[in-house]
Design a protein around this ligand. Structure first.
Ligand code: FUB
Length: 318
């Protein structure tokens, strides 16, 4: 073996070894505190998690973030976005979705939990030069501030397709829309057919949409049930296009009487360069029924040879 091949081989062994350690040593929840709706994302050689601060709505005035190189040791980045940097903010800062594009970091968020089109709030976007912030509201107003097709403007996820198009899936109150984002990610542009808010709601959908692409297939996932109760869960569909149709296949994550209840509002991270996937989600400790007592956990997401997803086995350490 020549020197170059030896170096590549040693790096390969070390990378696999460090990740194997991560799998053995990592415990759930992955960091302390009440944190929900975790958005897991990989930036370079770092894993990041951006969760909702799980508290009473009036106290949900900031977002913390967590970074890790190995999924074991997490560094807390306090208040990456907070109320001082959103002029139109009142309460309930929810469910971040974070994208690296155009040399910047874009953090999409829900705020104010609007109940009708007379209230002010919805989905906003904040921008920073660094993943740890500080993020600042980019528009001075929400990007989406009304109900369209019955969807409450919350719980956005931004998906970049292989052709460079950015789609945002979003919606609470049992309706899911998708919109197309401009290249600067700061506005919504019409689809080719002229439509702006396309409803793509699958059967049983409640909120928390997520999309990933694997082997040319689009895996669309969402949360079902009420997030305040034990039956909150995650289901999925597989489609040939980002527009669906999203025919429900079944649940992939739900409560386990041995481990936890209320498991849902997830995201998925792929280990860079590998067909290795992890689901990042929140769940409620066994025996605890307090609405906001939600913790962030990670478990393995396994694909079957036919491309379907194995139901997730929640663990106390993975
Ligand atoms: O954390 C606030 C809300 O709870 C989210 O927007 C919902 O998806 C649910 O997880």
């Amino acid at each position: 073996m020549n020197l170059k091949k030896t170096i590549v081989f040693v790096c390969f062994i070390l990378t696999g070894w460090s990740f194997a350690i991560a799998q053995k040593a990592t415990t759930n929840p992955v960091f302390p505190g009440w944190y929900a709706d975790p958005e897991g994302v990989v930036f370079g050689n770092e894993y990041w998690i951006y969760p909702t601060t799980s508290a009473e709505y009036k106290d949900q005035t900031y977002l913390d973030a967590f970074s890790s190189k190995d999924l074991v040791h997490w560094t807390k980045h306090p208040k990456v976005l907070s109320r001082e940097n959103i002029g139109w903010f009142k309460m309930a800062l929810w469910a971040p979705a974070v994208v690296h594009a155009n040399g910047k970091y874009y953090l999409f968020f829900g705020a104010n939990d609007i109940q009708n089109n007379e209230q002010h709030g919805g989905i906003g976007v904040a921008v920073s030069d660094k993943p740890e912030g500080p993020f600042k509201d980019a528009l001075g107003k929400p990007l989406i501030d009304k109900f369209h097709n019955g969807a409450q403007p919350i719980d956005q996820f931004v998906f970049k397709d292989d052709d460079g198009s950015y789609y945002m899936y979003y919606g609470g109150w049992r309706h899911c829309n998708m919109v197309k984002l401009s290249k600067d990610l700061l506005s919504i542009i019409p689809f080719e057919d002229g439509e702006i808010y396309k409803e793509v709601t699958p059967e049983n959908y409640v909120e928390g949409p997520f999309m990933l692409k694997r082997n040319g297939k689009y895996y669309f996932m969402w949360s079902e049930g009420g997030w305040g109760g034990p039956h909150y869960s995650v289901a999925y569909a597989i489609a040939d296009s980002p527009f669906g149709p999203f025919k429900r296949i079944g649940k992939i994550l739900q409560q386990d009487p041995e481990i936890a209840t209320g498991a849902g509002h997830h995201s998925v991270i792929q280990v860079p360069g590998k067909d290795e996937w992890y689901i990042v989600y929140h769940r409620r400790p066994l025996g605890d029924t307090t609405r906001d007592h939600r913790v962030t956990c990670i478990d393995k997401l396994e694909f079957n040879p036919d491309g379907t997803i194995e139901p997730v086995k929640m663990t106390k350490s993975f």
